[in-house]
Design a protein around this ligand. Structure first.
Ligand SMILES: Cc1ncc(COP(=O)(O)O)c(C=O)c1O
Length: 377
């Protein structure tokens, strides 16, 4: 099937559907990842100033030079990666567009792309639109990857693997040993690695390691990041891709012809975001840690079995003790209890019927109320 046919075949995004249902039933929305940690005043002021000073037209396609330079510095200091801002950084309309442009630029018809399931739901449509073939390997309940399965599924038809760390929806933070295993597979089988590191600053246990920083991985890795989550600006649509020059060339073409450029005033304000002091990140993680505890303890009081995340701000919970599948369960919760969450199957190619996902990036009061509401669900 061609990419265009696959696009027509795609299902509606379940996460966005649940947000609409939350509105319909006036429910607390723990479905879509809206960060409610307050956006920093410095960034807000900078966005307003940018608009008032006339920065309202297209930026150059690859993004404002000053922002690309600042991202290069951040990648060097935080991710231990070296890139040339002129050719190796592109500012995109969020990580979503970065993922799409990277896949459209690099994946050809019938190329296989290995995706870890449960997955962030945009990866599969992106591979389909590129006429590639998604293949899947499962992260288990113990959060381990299945090394034998990966070895079996990566071969001469595999063009790329997509890796998300910290991982949505499990909260897994990939550690060195696993990343080395993935590195070895990528090198042995000549496979590209596309990494989505949008939650890199939201970590409770373990440390963030950028896969491109592993020996010999820079040349075959496309690193994606974004401002939406860490700075609470999901509506600004600013993200980026970092990749070696030769890989970046086709990515830039896809970017150019899909979006032209990311929003200029918000690119300007994103420079300010990168200048925030370290305690901004400490406070943000403290805030989300509180939410993590409230939801974990709240779910423990029900028949659900929650999985405590190491990073990001989502929590999977097992619902096999209920006489409902994931779809029935989330519909029951939104209609009868006024809490919107996401059914597990939306994160799987096959499986997930006994899982649901809670997002805990909302205000503490809303999380407490939501846990009260579901106590006897
Ligand atoms: C893993 C992951 N990647 C990317 C995105 C999208 O980010 P952006 O708002 O930058 O497009 C999300 C949003 O939920 C996400 O969870």
């Amino acid at each position: 099937m061609k990419g265009t046919e696959r696009v027509r075949d795609l299902n509606e995004s379940v996460i966005r559907e649940m947000t609409r249902k939350a509105k319909e039933y006036d429910a607390i929305n723990l479905s879509q990842g809206y960060p409610e940690y307050p956006t920093h005043d410095h960034i807000l002021e900078e966005a307003k100033k940018a608009i008032d000073s006339g920065l309202n037209q297209y930026s150059i396609t690859w993004g404002m030079e000053t922002l690309r330079s600042k991202i290069t510095e951040k990648l060097r200091d935080f991710n231990h990666l070296e890139y040339d801002p002129e050719f190796e950084i592109t500012i995109t309309c969020g990580a979503s567009e970065a993922i799409m442009s990277a896949i459209l630029g690099l994946v050809e018809e019938d190329d296989e792309v290995l995706i870890f399931q449960p997955f962030y739901e945009n990866y599969v449509p992106a591979v389909s639109m590129a006429s590639g073939k998604p293949r899947f390997t499962t992260i288990g309940r113990d959060l381990d990857i299945d090394r034998e399965d990966i070895k079996k599924k990566v071969g001469e038809d595999t063009k790329a693997m997509i890796l998300n760390t910290p991982h949505n929806p499990t909260g897994k933070v990939f550690q060195k040993d696993e990343l080395k295993f993935i590195r070895d597979i990528c090198i042995d089988e000549d496979v590209l690695l596309i990494t989505d590191e949008i939650y890199e600053r939201i970590i409770y246990e373990g440390e963030h390691i950028s896969p491109a920083s592993l020996k010999d991985m820079r040349e075959r890795t496309v690193t994606i990041g974004g401002f939406s989550k860490v700075y609470s600006v999901t509506g600004w649509r600013v993200g980026y891709v970092a990749a070696p020059k030769e890989l970046m060339k086709p990515i830039r073409k896809a970017h150019d012809y899909t979006t032209v450029c990311a929003p200029t005033p918000f690119q300007k304000a994103s420079i300010k975001a990168l200048a925030l002091p370290e305690d901004y990140y400490d406070e943000m993680v403290k805030y989300y840690s509180k939410g993590r505890e409230i939801v974990y303890e709240g779910l423990k009081k029900t028949e659900m079995d929650p999985l405590k995340p190491e990073g990001a701000y989502y929590m999977l919970a097992n619902i096999e003790n209920y006489d409902m599948n994931d779809r029935e369960f989330v519909n029951h919760l939104v209609k009868e209890k006024g809490v919107a969450i996401v059914p597990g199957t939306s994160f799987f190619d096959d499986g997930g019927e006994n899982l649901v996902r809670f997002c805990f990036s909302q205000e503490i009061d809303s999380l407490n109320t939501a846990m009260e509401r579901i106590r006897d669900s």
